[in-house]
Design a protein around this ligand. Structure first.
Ligand code: NDP
Length: 307
């Protein structure tokens, strides 16, 4: 059986299917020369020293849609196909973004704490919150998930604006300038890929444009937002609220963010439901099994589509 290197965690269902077709090795001890396939998760990717150690690698199958933790340029150079799991998680990640938005606007955590602490009974109802109806929502990255977010927000009757490198064939309003869009938006939702191109594109200027009544939602990658600038903006009132699923140094979350009352924080669970992870796991394995059959994968990343 061909030799597969597992990086990061996989589900039992994935392991069971993979074990029928591959000998599975772990990072602690693997036969570098014999490894032809790697399974990894989107956040961990493939460390450069592992890439360099496996001369016969043919496929990297990622359990996730983001692949900023894999050196795709190097993979293409060596003819290694990188696969990922687009589309099967669109609705789940969109739900996570909407959940964060609702939790910020309606102060879900504050009011939950109000009830649990006994403050309601002791001193009366909680302070008012803000409506999520009729808001202007700026989406940074109107791709597969960005468009799912726009659709999922429809019952709240938003005005949707978006920024990406090129305009899309949609009814929403395109901004080629992120700061200009942030100035118009009540909420900015980040859902671009990570990596050098989007590093800190949400900077102090963007946060200031979003403003004291503004809300930032990040379900993309921690690297997209300048976390130090975000903390400062939330502390000094330049920005109103932030709902974050991703952070710059995961799993480390700065104490300052944890101390702020105007944040809602999640441990990178954008797609983390039983159902969606099962669908992602199946596609991750299907990509590897398909490659054994005919040398192709079902869902290559765009850079590898020609391989
Ligand atoms: P897509 O490739 O479908 O969409 C990405 C969008 O980002 C496109 O609209 C693209 O448009 C835009 N974009 C890319 N680069 C830039 C840039 N430099 N500046 C502005 N816009 C840019 O990806 P998906 O929607 O499938 O996924 C998006 C990302 O979401 C993933 O890469 C991943 O990092 C993250 N993610 C996070 C999850 C979580 O658990 N929190 C789960 C799943 C995904 P254009 O090319 O015109 O710029």
């Amino acid at each position: 059986m061909p030799d597969l290197l597992q990086i990061g965690t996989i589900t039992e269902a994935m392991r069971a299917r993979l074990a029928e077709a591959f000998t599975i090795h772990q990072l602690e001890d693997y036969p570098a020369e014999r490894i032809t396939h790697i399974v990894t998760n989107g956040a961990v990717g493939v460390p450069p020293e592992v890439m360099a150690a496996v001369p016969n690698l043919k496929v990297i199958s990622g359990y996730g849609v983001g692949y900023d933790a894999v050196d795709v340029e190097e993979a293409v150079r060596r003819g290694i196909v990188v696969a990922h799991t687009p589309n099967v998680l669109n609705d789940e990640v969109a739900t996570t973004a909407v959940m964060l938005l609702l939790a910020c606007y309606r102060e879900l955590l504050r009011d939950d704490a109000h009830v649990r602490s006994g403050a309601w009974e002791a001193s009366g109802g909680a302070a008012l919150t803000r409506t999520t109806d009729n808001q202007t929502v700026g989406i940074l990255g109107l791709g597969r998930i960005g468009q799912a977010i726009a659709r999922k927000l429809a019952p709240w009757n938003p005005t949707i604006l978006y920024h990406s490198r090129s305009p899309k064939d949609v009814e929403y309003t395109y901004y080629d300038d992120l700061v200009a869009m942030a100035r118009e938006a009540d909420v900015l939702i980040c859902i671009t890929p990570g990596g050098p191109e989007t590093h800190h594109i949400v900077n102090a200027e963007v946060l200031e444009a979003l403003g004291p009544e503004g809300t930032l939602i990040n379900v993309s990658r921690g690297s997209v937002v300048d976390e130090a600038a975000l903390i400062a903006a939330l502390q000094n009132g330049t920005l109103g609220w932030a709902g974050l699923d991703v952070f710059e140094e995961e799993p480390h979350v700065p104490q300052a963010l944890r101390d702020l009352p105007n944040t809602v924080l999640l441990p990178h669970v954008g797609s983390a439901t039983v159902e969606t992870r099962a669908a992602m796991g199946n596609l991750t394995v299907d990509n590897l099994l398909q490659h054994l059959k005919d040398g192709k994968v079902l869902t290559p990343v765009p850079e590898c589509a020609h391989l």
